[in-house]
Structures are given as C-alpha cells and as structure tokens.
Design a protein around this ligand. Sequence first.
Ligand SMILES: [Zn+2]
Length: 224
Amino acid sequence: MAAYTSPEHHPAFEEYCETIFELAEDGTTVIQARIAERLDVSRPAVSEMIKRLAESGLVEVLDSEIGLTEEGQVLAETMVRRHRLAERFLTDILGLSWAEAHHEAGKWEHVISPRVEAAIVDKLDDPTTCPHGNPIPGSGYIEPDLLPLADAPTNTDLIIRRIPEELEFTPGLLEFLEQASLLPGQHARVVACSPDGTLTVEVDGKPVGIGSFTANRILTTLSV
Ligand SMILES: [Zn+2]
C-alpha cells in the first residue's frame, strides 16, 4: 500500500475521504445525502466540503456520484487503516469495549504518525481485521466469501465474520451485539425467522432477536 506522507490535510478532509471509502466498502452508492446521514451534518455543509475536496484533487463527482481520486484513495486507506489498528489496540491492549473503541479510534486516527502506526502493527503482530471483522487496508487480508446473516439457512452452524461500518454507526448497536456475544469468530445459528425478517439467532446457547436491517448487514460464513 502506498504510504500517505503529506500531513497537510485538514482532519475534516480525512474524515470525508474515510467516509466515502467506507460507504463504497458497504456497497452504498456515494451521493451527498449518504455522507450527510453518516456524518450527521447538513446537506449544504456536505456540498461545500465536496467542492473543497474536488478542488484539492481528492474526489471526483460524476452524475452526482462521488468517488475518490487516486490521492483521495491513498488518504482514505491510511485513515481507515489507522482507525482499525487503533480499535484493535484499544480493545486488545487497553481492554476497552467494542463500542468505546470505535468511538475513541475516530479521534486517534487523525494523530497516529507512521512511526506509531508501525509500532502498533508490531505490538499486535500484524493484525488483518479490526475487532468488528472489517479488513485493515494494507494488511494483505483476503476475505472469504461472506453470507449475510439474513440469507443464512436455518439450523446451520455459522461463524460471525464481520460487523460492517454502517452498523458501527447505528447508535447502541455495537453495545447490543457485544452483550449478546455476537462477535466475529463466534459460532451462531439461525433458529427462527419471522415474516417481517426478524431472526432468532442462537449464540452461546442463548437466543437473541436480530431485526432485518441488522440481519441483512452482519456477514457470516458457513462453519464447515
Ligand atoms: Zn471496527
């Protein structure tokens, strides 16, 4: 991965590039409205910032769809990498909860230097995903074929693999999933599905109800 060397960009530029990267990663068409929702800012604020990002050569807009330029992509990957490494450090070394780690990492990502980044990688033995199972850019992680929980066959042993960024931004959801032990690496099985798409999932011998929005986004593999 190309290292991002210019320290010139405003944290807001970093935040926007990261958000565009993560929306695209979740398969969302990146338009201004999606960015406004994710960052919880007004549409005019997004519009103004996209103009500045385009002037700085970090994004391109085509038919109102927003994409990162090569430079924007490098900046975004650096931010996402530092965010996910920071999350790992905060959970694995400092013992913070999942939800706390996500929140704190949003601040850390802007101040981690290449030197500190390398030290974290060393300390954690070159991790490939964040604690929520999202790939760390530049780690060489090759993701297996993933199946949304909502599409998984019932009464089949599954392994939880990934809680996408979109769910990390859903208030209270990380805390809920952590309490229910619905964590990457955990075995689970869908035991019932109601007509409205709500699933009953058995984790650690305990049933937990998962709404369809979340069930469509949590990614699993079959345990075979
Ligand atoms: Zn994460």
